[in-house]
Write a protein that binds this ligand. Structure first.
Ligand SMILES: Cc1cc2nc3c(=O)[nH]c(=O)nc-3n(C[C@H](O)[C@H](O)[C@H](O)COP(=O)(O)OP(=O)(O)OC[C@H]3O[C@@H](n4cnc5c(N)ncnc54)[C@H](O)[C@@H]3O)c2cc1C
Length: 173
């Protein structure tokens, strides 16, 4: 009696899991059949950002396939280091035209697995975009590129008497 109930419970749970996975795949998949990132695609990326700003090395892909969360590593097929808005725009257009997933990467300190490349694709690392564009001391605001870190910004601001306080316990950001 107990075993029969337990068996039915197991079947019920399995069906629920399969239904949920199928729902999530339909809801969040970008394309039913994802195009493969091949050498010609990587070549197209290199022609946009230059050879040295594109990497398919395992170590670099592994580093970009996770953040600080507990989720398992999911590596992108290729990592691109953008150095300008023009790079970001052209890489985004290429990925959009070819339906290849594109994942922005700041420093990988997210806590929800947002950078994990569940369907592979391109990881767009913006850490080389580290210019401080404008500081408006009177308004207490500034405009920075996405790779600027808290420590770098505070070093830049030190003569103004201002500082950026958020996440002061966070070493990297
Ligand atoms: C020890 C620790 C302490 C922290 N303390 C604080 C805190 O005090 N206050 C606080 O607010 N947060 C805190 N956080 C969270 C941290 O600020 C987030 O991890 C941060 O927002 C992620 O930024 P990132 O550049 O590392 O992004 P990533 O981890 O690289 O990415 C996070 C998400 O944003 C997307 N993304 C990255 N860059 C871009 C971009 N340029 N454009 C669009 N999307 C992008 C990614 O695809 C991903 O989905 C802490 C995290 C840690 C690990």
């Amino acid at each position: 009696m107990f075993l029969s109930k337990y068996f039915r419970f197991c079947v019920h749970q399995t069906v629920r899991t399969l239904n949920r996975d199928s729902y999530l795949r339909k809801r969040y998949s970008t394309a039913a059949v994802q195009p493969k990132v091949d050498t010609s695609f990587v070549g197209a990326l290199k022609s946009i950002v230059g050879d040295t700003n594109v990497s398919t090395a395992d170590a670099i892909r592994e580093q970009h396939g996770h953040d600080e969360s507990h989720h398992a590593v999911a590596m992108p097929d290729v990592v691109v280091f953008a150095q300008s808005v023009d790079h970001v725009s052209k890489v985004s257009k290429l990925c959009n035209d070819t339906k290849v997933p594109l994942i922005p990467f700041g420093s990988g300190t997210g806590l929800e697995g947002g950078v994990n490349a569940l369907q592979g694709g391109v990881c767009l690392d913006v850490s080389k975009m580290d210019q401080i564009v404008q500081v408006n001391a009177e308004d207490f605001d500034c405009t920075v590129q996405p790779g600027v870190m808290r420590v770098g910004l505070n070093s830049y601001l030190r003569d103004t008497g201002l500082f950026f306080p958020i996440g002061s316990h966070c070493r990297k950001n």
